[in-house]
Ligand binder design. Structure first.
Ligand code: HAM
Length: 420
């Protein structure tokens, strides 16, 4: 029989309790991010993984690499073209329009898998996870600061070193158009030096040339017009203000050549990069997208958001101590086990801050205690036939070797458990 394997670029994530393992770091990262989002009063939204392909063509842009080359799209049984979402923002706006919520304000957060058919390498997968926030319905101003604040909070909370937040402003529609025209005029006489990809960008969306990976193009761009000369003074002020207010928390740099790989952005944009990540250095990105909602058939809904690439982010963490809760291990060596399992149930209800694990398979007392020690439990609760007959349990301190084990009545054990 042919061996069945996972698809290229798609990871199985598995918690083996080892804090150096990427999966464990990912799970822990997700938990902490949820707490941070909730502290900023973001409400969760969960949209489907599958959407009509046209949603992404209209939002992310059919010229973008994401839609052009990387989208997982196929026809369903009704011959409708559907796609696995390559990012979260488009589906959220589709949902808001569908629910007729596109005239109110929202602060939403999400977390889930995304799919892009990219060439897999370290930090770049075909299925990966994003956690993101979207602030909908508020024009430029306070939301820019709130978004940068949450990005700084995340970097601070996880103690990330060697990272830099790059910020830029793409201006309003007119600024963007004038800049694109100037850029196109500048590049026109050098067309013979551009590769096919950059030539196509030049004819359809010149702004994207700034993101070219071609060294020759990048050298040409050194003397190209800068967006700085096309945006309003108020846009430059926002960049300056953000830099001056948050630079004492995180490194922030104004980078007038920063453009994003998705077409829906206007105004303030940013990316966070880390020198520890190698080629795929960006672990987070976002910006303002005031025209997406109307482009998808909804009302004008000025919006801003960001998403973190969880795999890349988690790989930056040094090692995770997964829980600071106390842990106990119930060792049952009794023929009257069902009663012991009821005690375990009651203990768990008494104190949610203590993790209680128990051995699920038959083994000797010695091997069960070995397992309890291996699980790093603070103490073991031993219940054998004798204890069950007398309604008692033995409490054995696993980490504090100087303390003798003690026999407690089950009532005393309950009281003690509750009081920890
Ligand atoms: P994005 O920059 O395309 O933005 O993706 C955000 C993050 O997802 C990236 O910084 C990167 O860490 C991660 N990422 C992207 N592709 C991959 C991949 N193939 N493998 C692993 N990680 C990856 C967005 O998706 C926007 N929706 C962000 C946003 C929200 N803008 C406004 N609101």
């Amino acid at each position: 029989m042919d061996k069945i394997q996972s698809l290229t670029g798609m990871l199985d994530l598995y918690d083996d309790g080892n804090g150096d393992n990427l999966s464990v770091k990912i799970f822990e990262t997700e938990k902490i991010l949820r707490e941070i989002f909730s502290n900023y009063q973001f409400k969760e939204i969960r949209t489907p993984a599958l959407e009509e392909t046209v949603l992404f063509k209209r939002s992310v842009g059919d010229l973008s690499d994401i839609v052009n080359k990387e989208i997982y799209s196929f026809n369903d049984k009704n011959e409708k073209s559907i796609a696995l979402r390559p990012e979260g923002t488009a589906g959220i706006i589709r949902s808001i329009i569908e629910k007729k919520l596109d005239q109110s304000t929202h602060k939403l957060c999400y977390l889930g898998p995304m799919w892009r058919y990219e060439r897999p390498q370290k930090g770049r997968y075909r299925q990966f996870h994003q956690a993101g926030v979207e602030i909908l319905g508020y024009p430029e101003g306070a939301p820019e600061f709130e978004i940068v604040s949450i990005v700084c909070k995340i970097i601070e909370e996880f103690g990330l070193k060697n990272c830099l937040i790059k910020i830029n402003h793409l201006g309003n529609k007119n600024n963007k158009e004038s800049f694109c025209r100037a850029l196109a005029d500048y590049l026109e006489p050098h067309k013979d030096k551009l590769d096919d990809k950059d030539l196509e960008r030049l004819s359809r969306n010149p702004l994207r040339i700034l993101d070219s990976k071609n060294q020759d193009t990048q050298s040409l761009l050194e003397n190209a017009p800068s967006i700085k000369d096309f945006i309003e003074p108020s846009s430059i002020k926002i960049l300056m203000d953000i830099k001056s207010q948050f630079s004492d928390i995180c490194d922030i740099e104004i980078d007038y050549s920063l453009v994003r790989g998705l077409d829906y952005y206007s105004g303030f944009v940013f990316e966070a990069v880390s020198s520890d990540l190698g080629a795929q250095s960006s672990f987070l990105g976002g910006g303002r997208y005031d025209h997406l909602c109307s482009r998808l058939g909804g009302k004008d809904l000025p919006s801003i958001g960001m998403a973190i690439g969880i795999e890349r982010f988690a790989s930056l963490l040094k090692g995770i101590t997964s829980s600071n809760k106390m842990t106990s291990f119930l060792v049952v060596t009794s023929n009257l086990e069902p009663k012991a399992y009821k005690i375990a149930h009651q203990l768990r209800s008494l104190n949610k801050n203590i993790i209680l694990d128990l051995q699920l398979s038959e083994a000797s007392l010695k091997s069960k205690l070995r397992k309890a020690n291996k699980s790093n439990a603070d103490y073991a609760i031993i219940i054998g036939d004798e204890e069950l007959k007398t309604d008692t349990a033995i409490l054995k301190y696993l980490k504090d070797k100087n303390k003798d084990q003690e026999t407690l009545s089950v009532e005393e054990l309950f009281r003690l458990y509750k009081s920890i």
